[in-house]
Design a binder for this molecule. Structure first.
Ligand SMILES: Cc1cc2nc3c(=O)[nH]c(=O)nc-3n(C[C@H](O)[C@H](O)[C@H](O)COP(=O)(O)OP(=O)(O)OC[C@H]3O[C@@H](n4cnc5c(N)ncnc54)[C@H](O)[C@@H]3O)c2cc1C
Length: 283
């Protein structure tokens, strides 16, 4: 049971949603934007979050768009993971979303909810970081479009009251050769000890992680190690893993040493897989 009352709003336009947020906020109602509600409602039930109003974005056409616009594929923030999986428009995002929670929850969890989630994993960000996605948001100053690399720092840094509308991925990037490995401690459906997502773009291997650090990340500088032809794959994987020594989590789920071991093996495995697939790549 949720131990407090709140008002539910379902605006039809972006402007209405942002204005509602601003008005409710000004009136001290502590509004929240609402995707699938899975995190908001469970945090409310456990007493970890209080809000006076939810603004459900699923009635706004831009937020549920699944379109092609010029060279890009557009994914609305209120699409469920199940809708994204069924669309077959971005195989790596499909694979990543397909390993978040179970089928029932994938019908509820939205792309925006996962990206803006309070949990540390936010796995759906990985394919977007690898493909230099565009992030479209809406706030008091209207619609904004930014590169993910401008607005992502451990999480999407949207100003208070701004809502995530869409992400845009180039069709070419969306269809790039990809690799995805999710390692969990026990069950297949669980939070990741380590999820590694990778693509080959512009002849180079790009790789991003969730579970390794207390936030998802991609380190573009460290990717150069993967292309260092002076070393065999296992050595490159070892040097790559060493580059993250300072950020690897050490907690009751797994030690930093164990995570580093998994990281090294996973990266070496991906390098081998690239070679086996005979994909042109400087690695
Ligand atoms: C059983 C289970 C297993 C899970 N396993 C994983 C896992 O393995 N990996 C993983 O990454 N995640 C996992 N999750 C976490 C899950 O992905 C998040 O809890 C979920 O993504 C929240 O999505 P939602 O659409 O329900 O968001 P909501 O609960 O609606 O919202 C979550 C947050 O996002 C904000 N928000 C939502 N939409 C927008 C928007 N358009 N603009 C701005 N802010 C917005 C909300 O205000 C809130 O702060 C799991 C969750 C469950 C329940």
């Amino acid at each position: 049971m949720i131990p407090f009352d709140f008002v539910y709003y379902r605006p039809d336009t972006l402007k209405e949603a942002a204005e509602l947020y601003s008005q409710l906020s000004g009136a001290g109602k502590r509004p929240v934007y609402y995707g699938g509600g899975s995190e908001l409602l469970s945090m409310a039930r456990t007493g970890n979050l209080r809000f006076g109003a939810v603004i459900d974005l699923k009635g706004i056409p831009q937020c549920t768009a699944l379109d092609e616009a010029g060279d890009n594929v557009i994914f609305g923030a209120s699409l469920t993971l199940a809708e994204i999986i069924a669309s077959k428009k971005f195989p790596l995002l499909e694979k990543t979303a397909g390993r978040i929670a179970d089928h029932t929850m994938q019908n509820k969890i939205t792309l925006g909810g996962n990206l803006m989630s309070a949990i540390i994993y936010r796995e759906a960000i990985l394919p977007l970081l690898l493909t230099d996605a565009g992030v479209i948001s809406f706030g008091v100053n209207g619609l904004k479009s930014n590169s993910i690399h401008t607005v992502f720092n451990e999480k999407l840094q949207l100003p208070q009251g701004e809502l995530l509308v869409q992400t845009a991925v180039s069709k070419k990037m969306a269809l790039a050769p990809y690799f995805h490995e999710k390692k969990t401690k026990n069950e297949k459906i669980d939070y990741p000890l380590l999820t590694a997502a990778a693509i080959i773009a512009d002849g180079a291997l790009r790789i991003a992680f969730s579970g390794l650090a207390p936030y998802p990340f991609r380190d573009i500088g460290a990717e150069k190690i993967l292309a260092d032809l002076n070393y065999p794959f296992p050595k490159r994987a070892e040097l790559f893993a060493e580059a993250f020594s300072g950020v690897i989590q050490n907690n009751s789920i797994a030690s930093a040493e164990y995570r580093r071991f998994i990281l090294k093996n996973t990266v070496a495995g991906i390098l081998e897989a690239v070679k086996k697939a005979d994909i042109p790549c400087l690695c």
